[in-house]
Unconditional design. Structure first.
Length: 151
């Protein structure tokens, strides 16, 4: 198990729970809105907003946190994360915010304390990028989108 250190911003509501796994087999921990006015935010169709969580995190070297949409919000209301999965790097120490996009047809109200996204802790492997004269051959070759057919 990896330990993620967390602090709250000075104006954050301490009654808003920290990220938590809702079931024993969950890969993602639910992240909640921590609105400065403790109220709500209306997200019109097509609009996006940066929702504060009131948290700052310390991720160990060799890991990242991925921000992902909550499937229930996506299915029921069309609310998603436009940069999904969003990445939080291990050297970032600023405020943790979530960009929500209302891709639905109706206005959505985000309430203080609502579960707005999930976070997944994942290992990171950094690569070395080598410029070469030629790439190795494969059966697929240069076939791109849809090149392997249907079904």
């Amino acid at each position: 198990m990896v330990s993620i250190r967390i602090t709250r911003d000075a104006d954050a509501d301490p009654d808003v729970p920290l990220p938590s796994y809702e079931t024993p087999g969950a890969a993602g921990a639910d992240l909640r809105a921590n609105l400065p006015d403790r109220g709500s935010l209306r997200l019109e169709p097509g609009a996006r907003a940066l929702i504060p969580t009131g948290l700052r995190i310390e991720i160990p070297d060799g890991f990242e946190i991925q921000l992902r949409p909550r499937s229930g919000l996506a299915l029921k209301h069309g609310v998603t994360l436009p940069n999904s999965p969003g990445t939080i790097d291990s050297d970032y120490r600023g405020p943790l915010g979530v960009i929500l996009l209302n891709a639905g047809h109706d206005t959505v109200e985000v309430m203080h304390g609502d579960r707005i996204a999930q976070i997944v802790v994942a290992p990171v492997v950094q690569a070395r990028f080598d410029l070469v004269d030629q790439l190795g051959e494969t059966q697929r070759g240069t076939g791109g989108f849809g090149s392997t057919g249907r079904g």
